[in-house]
Design a protein around this ligand. Structure first.
Ligand code: G1P
Length: 291
């Protein structure tokens, strides 16, 4: 059995310019999908997969993320005084175990590879999960749980992938698919945001990774790549020389919450799963769509 995955990194330093003015004072990771911030959904996915330690790579103006994962005594006292035990229970349920969260800052916006590298001291010498909160994975079991299944069988590094229309391949990291193995496949190549018409497949890297700690040394030396940023994909390509990478086709649906359409679609998809909301929402949608 490979070494267990105990820690997960959440890069949350991005500015969220695509959602201005909503994200002027509120981090994009705190925008709600139904009644939970996006980041909470992603942490739930990690917790379901057995993650114990949650490492957030934050930036300026992101302190409310830290507050979200802490107690709010005034609020709790007020709810207690009003007898709102149901809401109190929800708050309690989502409170992390003391000492199981870490926050570190990416001081300069040098890209995803740099953000991950900022977590190296907290992760140390063990394999870890990486979850990009922009991408909401909707599936049962969750995406990271599905990946852990592949990891427990084969070890190495695991990347979750999902098909995208060929014309969208230049927006994402894309993998090249090799030999099929039990429920997954060997990754034989990767490219970050390939130029139109050059993608090796339509399998996008959808923002969920299980990585070996050797990635940190490579990130330290990684020159800037696409967009002048330090790209995680480029460091993974180098790591492929010495370690195996497996692709796991996520059995579910990913919503790119970095785009407005994806974010709104995620809200609808998650709401339609909720018994308390689904019926009313279906009627509203049917009315709006005239069907
Ligand atoms: C990053 C990764 C890319 C991946 C994408 C998923 O890109 O570099 O490989 O496909 O996340 O959201 P970014 O969205 O930071 O440009």
């Amino acid at each position: 059995m490979p070494r267990p995955i105990r820690k997960a990194v959440f890069p949350v330093a991005g500015l969220g310019t695509r959602f201005l003015p909503a994200t002027k004072a509120v981090p994009k990771e705190m925008l709600p999908v139904v009644d939970q911030p996006v980041i909470q959904h992603v942490c739930d996915e990690a917790e379901e997969a057995g993650i114990e330690h949650f490492v957030f790579v934050t930036g300026r103006n992101k302190h409310v993320i830290e507050d979200h994962f802490d107690r709010q005594f005034e609020l709790e006292e007020t709810l207690k005084a009003r007898g709102k035990t149901d809401v109190l229970e929800i708050l309690e349920k989502y409170l992390p175990v003391p000492g199981h969260t870490s926050f570190t800052r990416q001081q300069v916006p040098l890209g995803l590879g740099h953000a991950v590298w900022c977590a190296r001291q907290i992760i140390g010498d063990e394999p870890f999960a990486l979850l990009l909160p922009d991408m909401l994975a909707h599936g049962k079991p969750g995406c990271l749980s599905q990946m852990i299944g592949t990891y427990n069988e084969f070890g190495g590094n695991v990347i979750a992938v999902e098909e995208v229309p060929m014309e969208d391949t230049s927006k994402y990291g894309i993998v090249e698919k090799g030999r099929a193995i039990d429920g997954a496949f060997e990754v034989t190549g990767m490219v970050e945001k390939p130029d139109p018409g050059t993608a090796p497949s339509n399998l996008m890297i959808m923002g969920r990774y299980i990585l070996q700690p050797e990635i940190f040394d490579l990130l330290e030396r990684q020159p800037r790549g696409k967009g002048g940023e330090i790209q995680l994909t480029d460091a993974m390509i180098t790591l492929m020389d010495s370690q195996k990478f497996y692709g796991k086709r996520f059995d579910g649906r990913t919503y790119d919450c970095g785009s407005k359409t994806g974010f709104i679609a995620a809200n609808v998809a998650f709401a339609l799963e909720r018994e308390d909301i689904a019926g009313g929402l279906r009627r509203e949608l049917a009315g709006l769509l005239g069907c």
